[in-house]
Design a protein around this ligand. Structure first.
Ligand code: 3PG
Length: 307
């Protein structure tokens, strides 16, 4: 009997866990659950003997992969798979997958919520501003970026987007103004919503030059990954320009120092909450379970990311 471990330091909603278990048990698999663990050693112990693994942002390191001697497939129930050591997986012929698009709506709604929060001075008294009529820049037009663009349009914003992997025609069809480079995007847009993945190319790629080039009152929203921000550059830009703001679902390492320096112009959640909705948990969790069953029963590798 195949054994599947759901290892989530940040647990799925109970209703999602029930759904995942149902799919896996109906396929005849045994399911184990490890939630809210604080010691990676607990995770390492739990993977011994499992054939498949479902995780969220949990770090699947070489140590985990080595301890999971029977592991054939790991599915990151979510979009970003920077938490998976892909080389270690590939080295052991373990298929690594994500569930693209399944939790995007939750993240997109949060990005827009953060835009309003910043426009209204962190919901404090005083004169704020409206999103209507402002230019919104989408930095990477993937599943989340596309939804943020559509929501922004609903608010009467003018949408611009930069994405080297999406052609101008596709953007134009969605009523989005294509932009050739990040420089132009940041220089043009009052709001920029970041949706780039964290990898060797993108790490620290958004820093002083881009942020300080934003128009008066510029707001940068980051529901992607903290690693893509050059924090020194961000702080420098916020210190130099008292009109700029930054909101993130991924607190910068230097958050307390930044808050002390720039006050309400910076906001960050205490833990990543972008995908923390029951709907997103159900969509991503059930997709992960189905992908595991499809892999074992039919050899389906559609969402493999370590090809
Ligand atoms: C993702 O990459 O899917 C999101 O950042 C959500 O991550 P989470 O599952 O850790 O909340």
């Amino acid at each position: 009997m195949k054994k599947v471990l759901i290892a989530t330091e940040k647990p799925f909603a109970a209703v999602a866990v029930e759904g995942i278990e149902k799919i896996l048990k109906e396929a005849g698999y045994e399911v184990a659950l490890l939630e809210k663990y604080s010691d990676p050693a607990d995770f390492q112990r739990a993977v011994a003997g499992v054939d498949a693994l479902i995780v969220r942002s949990d770090k699947v390191t070489k140590g985990i992969v080595d301890a999971a001697e029977k592991l054939q497939i790991v599915v990151r129930a979510g979009a970003g798979y920077d938490n998976l050591d892909l080389a270690a997986c590939t080295g052991k012929n373990i298929v690594a997958m994500n569930t693209p698009g399944q939790n995007s709506n939750a993240v997109a709604e949060l990005a827009v919520g953060m835009m309003i929060y910043m426009a209204r001075n962190g919901m404090t008294p005083g004169t704020g501003s409206e999103l209507k009529g402002k230019k919104l820049g989408i930095h990477a037009y993937g599943n989340v970026g596309k939804l943020v663009a559509a929501l922004g349009k609903g608010f009467g914003m003018e949408i611009h987007a930069f994405d080297p992997f999406v052609d101008a025609e596709t953007l134009a069809k969605d009523g989005v103004i294509p932009v050739d480079d990040p420089k132009t995007l940041y220089r043009t847009c009052h709001y920029v919503s970041l949706h780039i993945p964290a990898n060797e190319t993108t790490k620290k790629s958004v820093g002083y030059d881009l942020i300080s080039s934003m128009p008066k009152g510029g707001v940068l929203i980051n529901t992607a990954r903290k690693e893509v921000i050059d924090e020194d550059g961000l702080l420098k830009a916020l210190m130099e320009r008292s009109d700029l703001k930054y909101a993130a679902d991924v607190a910068p390492d230097g958050l307390s120092k930044m808050e002390a320096s720039v006050g309400l112009r910076i906001f960050a959640t205490s833990k990543k909450i972008g995908a923390e909705t029951a709907e997103a948990n159900i969509n991503a969790g059930l997709a992960a379970a189905r992908q595991i069953v499809a892999f074992f029963e039919k050899g389906d590798r559609q969402f493999q990311v370590n090809k």
